[in-house]
Design a protein around this ligand. Sequence first.
Ligand code: FAD
Ligand code: NAD
Length: 472
Amino acid sequence: MSWTHDVVVVGAGAAGLTAAGGLAQLGLRVALIEAGAMGGECLNTGCVPSKALLAIAARAQAVRDMGRFGIRAQEPQVDFSGVMAQVRGVIAEIAPHDAQERFEAWGAEVIRAHARFTAPRTLLVAGRTLRAPRIVLAVGSRPAVPSIPGLDAVPFLTNETLFSIDAFPERLVVLGAGSVGMEMAQAFRRLGAEVAVIDRGPPLSRDEPEAAALVSERLEAEGIAFHRAAIRGVSSVGGGVAVALDDGDTVGGSHLLVALGRSANLHGLGLEEAGVGTDGGGIVVDDRLRTSARGVYAIGDCRDGPRLTHAAGYEGARIVAAIGFGLRARVDYRALPRVAYTSPELAQVGMTEAEAREGGGRVTAMREPFADNDRAVAEGASVGFLKVVRRNGRIVGACLVGERVGDLTMPWVLSIGGAKPTPWALSGMILPYPTRSEITKAAAFAMYAPRLFSRPARIWAGVLAALRRRLG
Ligand SMILES: Cc1cc2nc3c(=O)[nH]c(=O)nc-3n(C[C@H](O)[C@H](O)[C@H](O)COP(=O)(O)OP(=O)(O)OC[C@H]3O[C@@H](n4cnc5c(N)ncnc54)[C@H](O)[C@@H]3O)c2cc1C
Ligand SMILES: NC(=O)c1ccc[n+]([C@@H]2O[C@H](COP(=O)([O-])OP(=O)(O)OC[C@H]3O[C@@H](n4cnc5c(N)ncnc54)[C@H](O)[C@@H]3O)[C@@H](O)[C@H]2O)c1
């Protein structure tokens, strides 16, 4: 059997870039296939533009809030074209990290085309047949668009289109109060839009209820209208949209944003040709990220599991350990953090109290308010708290809500993961993306990178790759 590469990685988002970059630096023959923009969702239509927009919106809000600090200011005048230029500028500044040339310089062959399986471990890419003993699927996800009556007949925005609009959405209706819905609702409200959020459940429903309630109370105080009801249908009205709810209410707006969850990008990939199994959540993988097909792995948003950039990056690094070094690299999400970048922010590490109680044992929780933290009080930002959850005396979860708490998760990530803060442990932490705390991990990783990609490491990876080429 002849192989064209040692590894083919499909998808150049956070997951695929991490896997391909690491394996190429180990000297493996890597093909990286990307049908769209390098950097995938996070850079182009996800984390980066959304956090840039939130940062701009926070500045507008700071102008409104100045009276409290004895500074007189007027309602901010928002120039939306300037706002979007800043968002595009942020993307352009980060883009070189994910650029094709960077990965080519490490030795990867980057092919900008769609990939589709034609047989096990065989992909058709831009008219070429690529064959490799190891294939890594990192094809990401797209916004789920449920079958709501009328939705297919009205124009609507998703994260894929939101960051390229020119006209300001004066009256924005947001479907979904998950992280996309809540972050974007606050951003556009602070920029001056009228905003309504519709969800059949409570906002940020995966998080500690009392922390999520603090976030929604703030958004409500800033003027966002929340509707907790199921959606009956959507229709066009004049130049805008109307959403009918099952409680009898109708919510109207100029623009509609659909943020109702995600579906894995499996269409047109030919998974059945390769024997890769899927279920409603995406590609099915085991705790070593292996699919049901021999030699095929799936990482990041396309598999069933947490859909976060830092999870995607972590799984990419696990693949480097598994394929590059032959380790039995399992994923461990006990200390996985996630952050909603609203103001106040909500950061969760590990289990919520309810999740800990489901697991049984003696569960206790303690709370420490920011009202007792002098820095928070001095800054006039004392809303929020830290809650720590223990089971049988061991810390299993921590939740923080307050200003910029995403940067405070690190000690909880370490203690829930059971790690001492050695440089090695710091370099392997899963920290929430994007936070300033990641600078610690980056510095720790920089200490190990020369050893990780050293000559002996590359020789070992080369021996394993040669064996695989022989044995499959
Ligand atoms: C608005 C928004 C804000 C977000 N903010 C955050 C945040 O602050 N923090 C956070 O951690 N997460 C955030 N996320 C989630 C985060 O964006 C994703 O978890 C992450 O980007 C997933 O990375 P990935 O590599 O798995 O997939 P992707 O980045 O989607 O990459 C997959 C790539 O595969 C390519 N592809 C697909 N099929 C094929 C094919 N057949 N052939 C070739 N190429 C193919 C696609 O073009 C794409 O570029 C946000 C998401 C959204 C929507
Ligand atoms: N800060 C971050 O880390 C961040 C930011 C944005 C997105 N993300 C990731 O992107 C993913 C997608 O985010 P999302 O907000 O689109 O999804 P989500 O799953 O977080 O939230 C979707 C919301 O839509 C509601 N919903 C679904 N169908 C509905 C229906 N028919 N009627 C009414 N309500 C309905 C759900 O109750 C839920 O609250 C998340 O998994 C998240 O991990 C992360």
